[in-house]
Design a protein around this ligand. Sequence first.
Ligand SMILES: NC(=O)c1ccc[n+]([C@@H]2O[C@H](COP(=O)([O-])OP(=O)(O)OC[C@H]3O[C@@H](n4cnc5c(N)ncnc54)[C@H](O)[C@@H]3O)[C@@H](O)[C@H]2O)c1
Length: 295
Amino acid sequence: MSESHSDFRTIGVLGFGVMGAGIAQVFAASGREVVVLDTDQDRIDAGIAAVAAFLDGGVVRGKITEDDKATILGRITGTTSLAVLSGVDAVLESVTENAEVKKALLAQVATVVGEQTPLLTNTSALSVTDLAAGLPNPSRVAGLHFFNPAPVMQTVEVVRALQTDETLVDRLVDLVHALGEKFPVVVKDRPGFLVNSLLLPYLNDVIQEFDDGLATAEDIDVALELGLGYKTGPLKMLDTIGLDVHLRATEAAYEATADARYAPPPLLRQMVTAGRLGNKNGHGFRTEQPTDGSN
Ligand SMILES: NC(=O)c1ccc[n+]([C@@H]2O[C@H](COP(=O)([O-])OP(=O)(O)OC[C@H]3O[C@@H](n4cnc5c(N)ncnc54)[C@H](O)[C@@H]3O)[C@@H](O)[C@H]2O)c1
């Protein structure tokens, strides 16, 4: 576990889902106290259980001890009460990818935290500039975009909205460095930021090439894994991401830019319409499992 040199000692995380749990773990493992807000106790319990399960894997692999696990879990508090966030040094929202939900929640949070307390967002595809507009003191809003799974992936995008104060950008860079083996990349606020703005067109091209019959799904993945040294082939990656999730992201980027590279390829839309969503339901490009239990 690494200790930090950042001035953010206590962090509020909004949303205890897939990302919120991973991010809470990362902050807690770096020595921070973390308060995680979600809508009900079941979600909080599920979030804590997800962190515990992830840490169990680390114990089994000998990366951390049982004591480390207990220390990290001991730094994470779940709550359904906004008021508990009042003393935190920064808030990172990681709730459902919906601009109205995020704006409404951030506006509520702004009434309980300090006027200067940074309000950060882990959005993948929404405009940070848009989320900041309308909040009191929008210069304390920025993006802090983690990748999934947050405890494993080493890049964190620090997103500078048009309103973001430059000193906040510097403080977030320091914070990411203080998380241990994480590397900040400061990026402009544009659809998909840096990584996803490159990834979305790449995945769209691959889907089109597969649809054109260039090669089998397996061969496309093997070619890119072995030929370019990519860890995961693009069609396997799409199955992991979820075809519905990729469709929503690339549609949003297309709507925001009218850039043809983001236009969803016809096969993607057809697969989602046909309920072929990837690993989550066992039907995707590389996944073909019966969902009715038969073999
Ligand atoms: N899943 C990914 O691979 C990934 C990667 C990077 C960023 N993101 C972004 O992270 C954010 C969260 O994604 P996720 O995959 O963790 O979603 P998720 O659906 O797993 O979790 C969202 C959580 O937010 C909670 N929530 C919703 N409204 C709330 C409210 N008003 N108050 C408190 N909690 C509320 C939900 O109950 C849920 O537990 C999104 O903005 C997403 O775009 C996701």
